[in-house]
Design a protein around this ligand. Structure first.
Ligand code: SF4
Length: 242
């Protein structure tokens, strides 16, 4: 799996500013999948750096060992500075993912998303992992398609992640009127029926860079010309990529 586009999955240039960590996530599908697990409630850059930190602490990222040695994983995740604020949960997810990659995917997460698989097939496989729910699955599928060039079929099955930034942009812009996953996903399908998932990253970037919780910067926002500017709308929760 090679990075197919010059823009990174998250911020336009790279997953994380930690060069070695960025290289690992780009080049190792297992590390990428472990990074997905960490993308919850912490800054995206820190989440994507975690697989490298874990490998540094453990000396490996070998899936079957991660599954067989949950105590070692727990110690590695929790050692100060902890790799995630939900250190116990993340350690359990990583061990579980290691077991699943080893037992179901021959130790190689790249087998989860082969070229020619459909968007919904891959999302369904991702949803079998502890720690991957609907919004992380949607985000991951779009990163695979957009940034790693994985040729998944049935792009119309894709969707946006129900992420705090995405939700804020959809609601303030007028794309959606109700803040629930079904409504946000339906709005994405209506806006771009051929590939609704392609709206995920742009909406997340607008939400993070311009449409902030307080004092949104409408001047210069890419949606300025078409947005309903319902800036009074507030959205609670955390993002899959904060
Ligand atoms: S124009 Fe303003 S309200 Fe609309 S999405 Fe951009 S920052 Fe948010």
């Amino acid at each position: 799996m090679e990075l197919a586009a010059s823009r990174s999955a998250q911020l336009g240039t790279r997953f994380t500013d930690v060069v070695d960590a960025d290289r690992l996530v780009r080049s190792d599908p297992n590390a990428f999948l472990f990074g997905v697990l960490f993308t919850q409630g912490i800054p995206a850059e820190r989440a994507w750096a975690a697989p490298f930190g874990l490998r540094e602490r453990l000396g490996h990222l070998e899936p079957s060992r991660l599954g067989r040695e949950p105590e070692a994983v727990a110690r590695a995740v929790a050692a100060p500075p902890a790799l995630h604020r939900f250190k116990h949960t993340l350690a359990a997810w990583v061990s579980s993912a290691g077991s699943r990659i080893a037992s179901s995917w021959e130790g190689d997460a790249d087998r989860i998303w082969p070229d020619g698989a459909s968007v919904s097939e891959v999302a369904g496989r991702l949803l079998e992992f502890d720690g991957i729910g609907r919004k992380k699955a949607a985000m991951t599928v779009e990163i695979l398609r957009r940034h790693f060039g994985v040729r998944l079929t049935s792009a119309e099955e894709g969707t946006v992640a129900y992420d705090v930034h995405v939700r804020r942009v959809f609601l303030r812009s007028g794309l959606a009127d109700v803040d629930d996953p079904d409504t946000i996903e339906a709005a994405a399908r209506l806006a771009f029926p051929d590939a609704p998932g392609l709206l995920d990253l742009p909406a997340w970037l607008v939400g993070r860079e311009h449409c902030r919780p307080s004092r949104p910067e409408c001047d210069g926002c890419r949606l300025e010309a078409v947005c309903a500017r319902r800036c009074w709308i507030e959205v609670e929760g955390v993002g899959v990529r904060s």
